[in-house]
Design a protein around this ligand. Structure first.
Ligand code: ATP
Ligand code: MG
Length: 567
């Protein structure tokens, strides 16, 4: 997609051999050494309000990886405390994605909504301790009372209520006596705190909404900053890893677990989100592309949701390699798509057969090959990996080659076919161009060659050498299939967001559909199977649009790389 390679070399854990431990590992090492914790228990807590993306993959693999590294546990937990945007469709897709990535939560699948009774109890406990009160202020008033960075906030009139009155009002909130927004429960902390999150944050609100799991049981819902530490503490999480935007919320996290008197409270650790240059990552923005019909669903292969990457042909191994290369850091950095592409090439290079497919065909006729005859030629599936074995491919007088592999008037250093030149047909014979035909527009329609039977591939022929090798398919046996070639869905020249209205700058040509001619064996390819098409890239069978005997191939990545590993 992009040619720029700006790997952030400052990240720790960047080199292949991990020389230094990343800052999270260092913190955990210290905790274990000092006996703060005697085990490591992490979790991945997504909100089921969309599909997961490559950024989430980083968090999943980080949390799961740490649990594995320290022989600890990893929980899967849905943070479903906001019923407005959550759907069961998202719960299911997220579980599928996490499983596919290889993170195993064993029997520990939890839902924040399972803790609603605990959270309610926690709120009552705070009220009884004089640490929470019911407020009558509207959202706007609360904002106004909160003050600014330079001015302290003002006391909420509700903060003078007695414990008894607060208990009664909070119960009324729970029992549906108030309309949405009429009352909230606030933690009593410090209206003059330099940290705005500590100025008596709202911890419960009234919302008459049906929750996808608890139905109409509740009409009050806890706020994220109150709910999350309780979820972690209830599950015995030791290290609650989240992204940097929660750094300023950590004092509140600590306050909640302290005031609720959890014995061995979890520790929140923040790291920088993963961003990709010129790529739409945030759930909100991917959703917009889907809703606007620019992408065909959350798994459109041009997106970087996990389901899209899987559909396109990315592997869990390649994604793991990528997040490892990115490293874990407190400093914001932007990774390049070229690095992710490098990872999938590395992963597939030795694992996949190298087949022949012609994306832009022109006919080649071997004038001296007997008409009506054909033969089967043996071809190695992957010259760098013998274990992949060999296959037989049909060969006869009429073939197709790539249009770009023939030129009437070649430039210097062009070693492919041109009048008078001899090349090797991959896995077959040497052919020499003797003439060509063109249509009325001067476009080449047929290339005529002669072949030398002595030069058969694998025959040990050493008589002479040629400089170029080109691929081909047998015209009578090749199968016509649909191939989709992708570019970035974002217009890279303009960048992701339009500065004027915040919309996404879309590349109108991000998907090109071509009819390709492929080796007959490829017609049998099954959904999610992937191959290298020599010179053209790696391709994967689309699981949605393919039919039995008529696969549709998505190009995962071309073979040209603009990325190299830093030394
Ligand atoms: P988005 O803004 O893309 O929707 P989010 O943070 O709102 O992301 P959540 O479902 O709340 O999504 O996130 C689940 C977990 O994944 C959180 O711990 C969050 O910090 C982490 N996460 C989300 N985006 C990234 C990212 N780009 N890089 C690393 N971790 C991420
Ligand atoms: Mg979110």
């Amino acid at each position: 997609m992009s040619d720029i390679t700006n790997l952030n070399t400052e990240n720790e854990g960047n080199t292949e051999e991990k020389v230094s431990r990343n800052f999270i590992e260092q913190m955990i090492d210290k905790d274990l050494a000092e006996g703060v914790y005697d085990t490591v228990h992490t979790r991945f807590p997504p909100e089921p309000n969309g599909y997961l993306h490559i950024g989430h993959a980083k968090s999943i693999l980080l949390n799961y990886g740490l649990a594995q590294e320290y022989g600890g546990k990893f929980n899967m937990r849905f943070d479903d405390t906001n019923p407005t945007k959550e759907k069961i469709e998202f719960v299911n897709s997220q579980l599928e994605d996490i499983k596919w990535l290889g993170a195993d939560w064993e029997d520990r699948l939890f839902f924040a909504s399972d803790y609603f009774p605990k959270m309610y109890e926690g709120a009552v406990k705070l009220i009884k301790k004089g640490k929470a009160y019911v407020s009558d202020l509207s959202a706007d008033e609360i904002r106004e009372y909160r003050g600014t960075l330079t001015e302290p906030g003002r006391e909420d009139p509700g903060s003078n209520r007695s414990v008894e009155e607060n208990l009664a009002l909070f119960e009324d909130m729970k029992n549906g006596k108030f309309a949405d927004g009429e009352k909230v429960l606030r933690a009593r902390i410090d209206m003059a705190s330099p940290n705005m999150n500590m100025r008596d944050p709202v911890i419960y609100r009234v919302a008459h909404m049906t929750h996808h799991r608890t139905g109409d049981t509740w009409c009050i819902y806890p706020m994220y900053d109150f709910a999350h530490p309780i979820e972690d503490a209830e599950e015995g999480i030791t290290h609650s890893i989240c992204t940097l935007e929660f750094e300023d919320h950590r004092p509140l996290y600590d306050w909640v677990v302290r005031e609720l008197e959890y014995e061995r409270p979890p520790r929140q650790i923040e790291f920088a989100k993963l961003y990709l240059k010129n790529v739409v990552t945030g759930k909100r923005y991917i959703k917009k592309l889907v809703e606007d019909g620019i992408a065909d669903g959350w798994d459109d292969p041009r997106l970087v949701s996990i389901s899209a990457l899987r559909r396109r042909g990315y592997t869990p191994e390649s994604i793991k390699m990528f997040v490892d290369l990115c490293g874990v850091s407190k400093a914001h950095s932007i990774a390049d798509m070229a690095m992710l592409e490098y990872c999938i090439r590395e992963d597939l290079k030795l694992k996949k057969p190298r087949m022949m497919a012609i994306l832009d065909p022109v006919k080649l006729v071997i004038d001296n090959y007997p008409e009506g005859e054909s033969e089967m030629l043996e071809a190695a599936n992957n010259l760098e990996n013998e274990e992949l074995g060999t296959r037989m491919i049909p060969f006869s007088r009429e073939l197709y080659i790539e249009r770009e592999d023939f030129m009437i008037e070649p430039p210097k250093k062009y070693f492919r076919l041109f009048p008078g030149n001899e090349v090797r047909l991959m896995n077959a014979y040497f052919v020499k161009c003797v003439s060509y035909e063109t249509d009325e527009n001067g476009e080449v329609t047929v290339v005529h060659c002669t072949y030398d039977p002595e030069t058969k591939s694998g025959s040990g022929f050493t008589g002479r050498k040629v400089k170029g090798t080109i691929h081909w398919v047998d015209a009578s046996k090749a199968v016509l299939v649909e191939v989709r070639l992708f570019e970035n869905i974002v217009d890279e020249e303009k960048g992701v967001y339009n500065e004027e209205d915040g919309s996404i700058n879309v590349n109108p040509d991000s998907r090109k559909i071509v009819k390709a001619l492929v080796e007959p064996d490829l017609a049998k390819a099954k959904a999610f199977e992937s191959f290298q098409f020599v010179r053209n890239g790696f391709f994967c069978v689309d699981y949605k649009d393919s039919k039995e005997g008529a696969p549709v191939f998505n190009r995962i990545v071309s073979l040209k790389s603009s990325f190299t590993l830093p030394k």
